[in-house]
Ligand binder design. Sequence first.
Ligand code: ADP
Length: 493
Amino acid sequence: MPAKKSTRPAARELLFGDLWEYDPAPESAPAFIEPRYGLFINGKFVAPKTRKYFDSISPRNEEKLSEIALAGAADVDAAYQAAATAFVSWSKLPGTERAKYLFRIARLLQDRAREFAVAETLDGGKPITESRDFDVPMAAAHFFYHAGWADKLNYVTPGRTLAPLGVVGQIIPWNFPLLMLAWKLAPALATGNTVVLKPAETTSITALKFASILQDAGLPPGVVNIVTGAGETGAAVVNHPLAAKIAFTGSTEVGKSIQRALAGTGKRLTLELGGKAANIVFEDAPLDQAVEGIINGIFFNQGHVCCAGSRLLVQESIAEEVLSKLKVRLKSLRTGDPLDKNTDVGAINSQAQLDRIRELVACGVAEGADLYQPACKLPEKGFYFPPTLFSNVAMSHRIARDEIFGPVLSILTFRTPEEAVEKANNTRYGLSAGVWTDKGSRILKMSTELKAGVVWANSFNKFDPASPFGGYKESGFGREGGKQGLLDYANLI
Ligand code: ADP
């Protein structure tokens, strides 16, 4: 008897196809954003001496969220003076006392987690599910972790103890504003330093909200100072004579200019810069898990991740199968309003970043790679870019070499493990890599041969405060997190 032809969609389409319509599910908790923020200096919000403010807009819909103070050199100087004065007593506090402040900060952040998640999403464009389930809890976890170390600094290295450096200047980027603040502040405070911190100009709001947590925690004035502004303010933070160390996360170009500026000054420096990570999938890998890891590796936070798995290296024998699985999976990603709880890919952080992504994608097409984008309706206002795959990519293509910092995956193939290592390491960066295989021995071999600060095995984008993070080559130097991260904020005595 001939089989009856079904009119129902195949099970796979029902699971992954674009057939389901979702109703909007916007997050409604208030973000409590002030119409205007001053600078946070010596425990108080103060007006900038420049008397200038700039607008912070939401990439979600281009609406103005707040006005942010523009700090000039005199403001940065006031912040350093406050930090230097505070250092005298903060550095002498017993570790148990510093730990109390850090625990308090962590708990206060947990108490206000939802409010901070909404503010982060409005200001930066990342999906609310990510700011709610990743950025804010992870930021709190960093304070908890470092609170635990504050009174155990003589156990970090046998026979030695850690002494603070002094005032540290910290400059952070826009992709994980609150989390990068936590990565920087928590180890600096645990080891007894005081801080002048500059958030990125497009995403200053959660740092300024965080200042109110510092006030509520009773942190002594001047221990943390927050100055806002763009590159010029950052340069003033770098060049201030009271800075004992600069910790910078951002682009490789700016990192290099900071390194040049500090050469010969005796100031300590750590740099966490760009990346072009290889996510390597062998033919014996659990493919469905690998596909989820690839998707997470490149579309998490719209690909605005320095350790994003932006180069997929897939073994030739399974390349077609992986590509077709990825295409099906891409159709189910929801791109749009980051405040909607169903959104997977939110807004691109700024018009400038959107322009850069468009330029590099156009370059990929012009160079002959095959572009795939699922059909999706993007919001009319705001900055959005659809999830994008490029197959048939060659190592010489710009999309295989330059950091795109957007939701764009370049797919290359390899035949042998040696070729995978060769291609993975053939980059000026070295921040992270992923290896997908059934064989533990291969994971160990690959992880010793890959020149990357972090190698994830059968996973991607996994973070923990106890696990040091940092780069090789033009991805920078120094580590954040773990014991190694503490050593970058201290002298061994
Ligand atoms: P991105 O590509 O992530 O925008 P940037 O390196 O431009 O990276 O920005 C990262 C951080 O560095 C931001 O806080 C930015 O304001 C700051 N910054 C930009 N230019 C300079 C500079 N010349 N000196 C110090 N900081 C800077």
